[in-house]
Design a protein around this ligand. Sequence first.
Ligand SMILES: CC(C)(COP(=O)(O)OP(=O)(O)OC[C@H]1O[C@@H](n2cnc3c(N)ncnc32)[C@H](O)[C@@H]1OP(=O)(O)O)[C@@H](O)C(=O)NCCC(=O)NCCS
Length: 167
Amino acid sequence: MADWVIESFNKAHDRSAFTCGKPVLDDFIRARVSQYEQRRLGKTFVLVPVGEQRVIGYYTLAAGAVAFENLPTAASRKLPKHPVPVILLARLAIDQSVQAQRLGERLLLDALQRAWDLSNKLVAHAVAVDALDDDAVGFYTRYGFEPLLDNPRHLYLPMTTIAQVLG
Ligand SMILES: CC(C)(COP(=O)(O)OP(=O)(O)OC[C@H]1O[C@@H](n2cnc3c(N)ncnc32)[C@H](O)[C@@H]1OP(=O)(O)O)[C@@H](O)C(=O)NCCC(=O)NCCS
């Protein structure tokens, strides 16, 4: 059995020491996540050791859309010419103390599973990501994310591919 769990964020979670190496992602979980929840701008899920409140990883989901013109031609060929609904994976980070132990992968797979489940309730065509930097692009492309046409750091993974990944 895993010695960690992924659960919905609540204010009791201890985020004071979270450090992933990217200040903007540390700042979000330490200081801004509650406001985002209250204003319904994003829903955050945290990774904690079993029986603890200490956050060692997190990701945030939100509703989004991708402009038709930004889809690769092969993907847009069969789609109507209007914005395509997506689930935005707004942030994903693992604390430096536990990086390189496949926890980033576990969080990403959990986010994709959640997005797939959501897409069966309120349809979404894909999961999209605004990668923070080229390092983050390297992580996401490893799992099949492809660049959209507006920005090489704006990536997406179609739900049909996610269904295959999840088996
Ligand atoms: C990127 C991040 C989430 C990866 O988490 P992690 O737990 O350290 O990574 P994992 O152990 O799950 O790695 C799984 C696989 O991805 C690879 N990987 C990890 N980070 C990678 C990167 N930046 N680029 C390419 N591949 C990467 C690993 O080498 C591993 O591959 P393997 O199967 O060949 O061994 C983590 O390093 C992090 O939080 N970084 C800072 C924040 C950030 O950049 N977030 C993403 C953008 S929002």
